[in-house]
Write a protein that binds this ligand. Structure first.
Ligand code: FEO
Length: 174
């Protein structure tokens, strides 16, 4: 049986992951509208990954006999100053998500919920990757500056990203 405080904290995180998905879909729309189809594709993959994160938590709550309660997803920004600004906001957002995951882990720790701590290890590792990915794109954009060919090549590279279902979902039974 899932501890009520842990259940509430995971439900809040499900909402945060869905908000992240919505944010990245909005960023994808902005990139499409601003001539960066590769970045748009990259953010579309990011959108799907965030939905996976919500689903991992959803399945976990139900598997522990808890109840998922979906809430309203707040509106997301729709305008950014530049492509660099989009990715800088992505990094900031992922840093915020990292602190949310850490907070969730702390709740599970305080409640002696070892199973939830174990489940959250995947998210802790994932956040390292999420922050690194955004930082790498920021570094690339800063190196390229206004070089059109460089931007074209980076857009092409990011457009090659493909979606792969998150491993906890591929190994979990439906
Ligand atoms: Fe669900 Fe981008 O972390």
């Amino acid at each position: 049986m899932l501890n009520k405080r842990v259940e509430e904290a995971i439900n809040a995180q499900i909402n945060a992951e869905m908000w992240s998905a919505y944010l990245y879909l909005s960023m994808s729309a902005w990139c499409h509208a601003n001539g960066q189809p590769g970045f748009a594709k990259w953010y579309e993959v990011q959108f799907k990954e965030e939905q996976d994160h919500a689903m991992i938590l959803f399945k976990y709550v139900t598997s522990r006999g808890g109840v998922v309660k979906l809430r309203a997803i707040d509106a997301v920004p729709t305008e950014w100053e530049s492509t660099l600004n989009v990715v800088e906001e992505t990094l900031k957002h992922e840093q915020k998500v990292t602190s949310l995951i850490n907070g969730l882990y702390k709740v599970a720790f305080e409640e002696n919920d070892f199973a939830t701590q174990s489940m959250l290890k995947w998210f802790i590792d994932e956040q390292v990757e999420e922050e690194e990915n955004a930082q790498t794109i920021i570094d690339n954009l800063k190196m390229i500056k206004d070089n059109g060919y460089g931007l074209y090549m980076l857009d092409k590279e990011l457009g090659a990203r493909t979606y792969k279902q998150a491993s906890p979902l591929t190994t979990a039974e439906d």
